[in-house]
Design a protein around this ligand. Structure first.
Ligand code: HEM
Ligand code: HEM
Length: 206
């Protein structure tokens, strides 16, 4: 939303959730093995952090609330008009284009988490065993199937998990695209406005 403030501040919860979400995505994209226990636990952590951020969208400070950055294509178009005319409106929260991006990223993460949990199951309650590999959760879902069942199900009539896996992968690739656009947007906005947009997301800065 347009505001007259010339300093943007993000509260510690927004900053912390941003960078831990980044870390979790990086971890699952480049470090953990797809579908491994580590991958799934990082996934649950990601789900918890995202849930915290969404809760914060309801009860957090003004700039962090959903009401401060409604998903509005109309506002986004207006914002593009402002950029074209070289106008510099200040936004107390995400600018309207940024807001669309934020909801797109969150939705994508929602699909990744939902499909990931559909494949892996919810965390085992009470006990936590070293051997609780998610591959085991996944194969438990196939009933009799063992891990070798993987090949067997390739020819099968469209197992739910195959669809989930595909959806997980498609959403992950879409997320990568959104991240590239997000970072490009941050760079663009920094150059355009001359404000240190990134510094506002770092600890102890405003
Ligand atoms: C944004 C973070 C994540 C990234 C980048 C990511 C990435 C991937 C990729 C690339 C695969 C391989 C897909 C394929 O085999 O076609 C995969 C598989 C898998 N992911 Fe994720 N994932 C993420 C989050 C999650 C979450 C939140 C969960 C669950 C809590 C999860 C659970 C799984 C499981 C169980 C598989 C194994 C699928 C299989 O081969 O049977 N992932 N992930
Ligand atoms: C995995 C990669 C990334 C993801 C998924 C991601 C996601 C997000 C999300 C969801 C928000 C909204 C924050 C909120 O309201 O809670 C955001 C904001 C922001 N991100 Fe990222 N981000 C990523 C990487 C980065 C990187 C590498 C930078 C720094 C170059 C960055 C800089 C920012 C900034 C400056 C904002 C605030 C934008 C504004 O002022 O409106 N992000 N990001």
């Amino acid at each position: 939303m347009t505001a007259t403030t010339n300093t943007r501040r993000w509260d510690p919860v927004v900053k912390l959730t941003h960078w831990t979400i980044v870390a979790a995505i990086l971890a699952n994209a480049v470090i953990t093995e797809e579908g491994s226990a580590a991958h799934v636990w990082v996934g649950y952590a990601l789900a918890a952090i995202l849930a915290l951020r969404l809760l914060w969208g309801l009860i957090g400070p003004a700039e962090a609330r959903f009401t401060a950055f409604p998903p509005s294509p109309v506002r986004a178009l207006r914002h593009i008009g402002e950029i074209r005319r070289g106008e510099q409106a200040e936004h107390a929260s995400h600018n309207p284009l940024g807001a669309l991006m934020v909801y797109a990223i969150w939705s994508c993460l929602g699909v990744i988490i939902a499909t990931g949990i559909a494949m892996a199951g919810f965390p085992p309650q009470g006990e936590s065993h070293e051997e609780d590999r998610p591959a085991a959760y996944a194969s438990a879902e196939y009933g009799e199937e063992s891990e070798e069942g993987e090949e067997a199900r390739e020819g099968g009539e469209g197992h739910e998990e195959d669809g989930m896996e595909e959806l997980h992968e498609v959403a992950v690739n879409l997320l990568y695209l959104l991240i590239v656009l997000h970072i490009a947007g941050v760079v663009f906005e920094t150059r355009r406005s001359g404000r240190q947009v990134v510094l506002a997301m770092l600890p102890r800065r405003r």
